[in-house]
Every structure is written in structure tokens, then in C-alpha cells.
Write a new protein. Sequence first.
Length: 110
Amino acid sequence: MTAVGFMAQANAEIRAAQQRHEIDTARRWRLGRPMRVIDELINDLEILNLKRVYRVPLSYESRLFELRVVLDDAGVPATELDGVRTRIRIVRLMDHLYAIQESLLGASDD
């Protein structure tokens, strides 16, 4: 292979690596907000649970609505969003949120 051939190959490899990096960065940005919102909500639900509040209060409806919008934008299927609601056991909602996080992380590995 000539020097020009090696240069062309090196340039192609650099472009491919840069493209992979940009795709990975976009995935991290896409998942950042949904994961943060879920983590904050789980933290608050943990505190409620420790205070022996057993059901998700109606006052959480606006936060859950915001979360459903964020998750919908992140591509979470509507069937997974059905369980994100108030008046269910806190532990049940937390389990559901952990499952959504797991599916988001699994989808990012594809």
C-alpha cells in the first residue's frame, strides 16, 4: 500500500471513530434527563416510604406527568408509562421506575 493509501485508511478510521463518539455522546445526553428525573423521584419516594406513607400522593401528579412527557420523548413505550401514576403503593411505583431505568440502559447498549 502506498503512503497515500495509508493516509486515506487512517483518515477513514479517524472519521469512523469520531462518528462513534458523536453517537455515544448523543445517547448519553438523551438518557441524562430521564435518568435524573427518575432518580430524583425515587429519592423523594424513598423519603415518603420511610415516613410510612404507603401510597403515592395526588400532589405528585404534576411530577409524574412531567416524567411521562420526558420518558415519552426518550422513546419509552406507552405501555411502560401506564404504571407511572398516583394512588398506587410507593414501592410498586419505585419498582416500576427501576424497571424503566433498566430498559433505558438496555436500549442504550444496542
